[in-house]
Design a protein around this ligand. Sequence first.
Ligand code: PYC
Length: 321
Amino acid sequence: MAREVDANTAFERVQVIDSHTGGEPTRIVIDGGPELGTGNLAQRREVFRDQYDDFRSAVVNEPRGGDVWVGGLLCEPDHPDAVAGIIFFNNVGVLNMCGHGTIGLATSLAYLQRLAPGVHLIDTPVGVVTVTLHDRNRVTVTNVPSYRFRSDVMLNLGDFGVVRGDIAWGGNWFFLVKEHAEQVHPDNIARLTEFTQSIRLALSRDQVTGENGGEIDHIELFGPAEGQADSRSFVLCPGGAYDRSPCGTGTSAKLACLMADGIIDPGETWRQQSIIGSIFQARGEWDNDQVIPHITGTAYINAEATLIFDSADPFSMGISP
Ligand code: PYC
């Protein structure tokens, strides 16, 4: 996985597989990424964050990507039974975990014929997750244990009024709001973005965090679904883009809240619809006081490509938002 530089042309080449999961894109770096040493995935993510932020930006930001892209750096796993390790990142930094990205990863590895149908372990910075590859596109992620940390937290949003929400962990920290006056509909995306950004600002202003000071960098709103789903969501991601998929870690956090409230039982299926209409099926089981989420979704391959970093290009390492 050494970064390949051609001495004559100063072109650096990075091999990627692009996919989308329910409309949300994932770009997996399969070769040409930086060497991060031999620590566990959490330690290697710190090396990546501290030393290779230009590489992150080059892979997902314009001119090769855009605000909505999530990247994944394929790594050697640390866990002896895992088939792969992954470090996810987006337009502004590294992520803890990514559900749609893990579905995209499994589909990408299947496309490369590196993953057969069946159950496999994947190492991430926040723990080992399981992927079940049902066929070349359909994947279930058994995510990290998820839980509600606080319920009914009140925030004053100024012009948007007061909202109440739950704080839950699903591999990332979420603030989840189900009671609000907004239309969770694709025609209303600009306003939903403004509303959720005001929640993000209020969380930061009031120093409201997840457990151990974890930054709440994803905001989730819920509304009535269309068609065959239980709920529709709008998810604001850390870099200001909205998730086109129902958000795997967000659906895990939602599941933890639903089960804590007794709204769904262990094993019962919850169909979470995204703002653009794509659906994840979710079910959970209790493990002590945490929920083990199983999130099923579908991903498709879009491209198998070589990114070229030309040292003469002033925007080679990406345009940061
Ligand atoms: O699916 O977990 C997810 C996710 C996080 C950010 C974007 N998608």
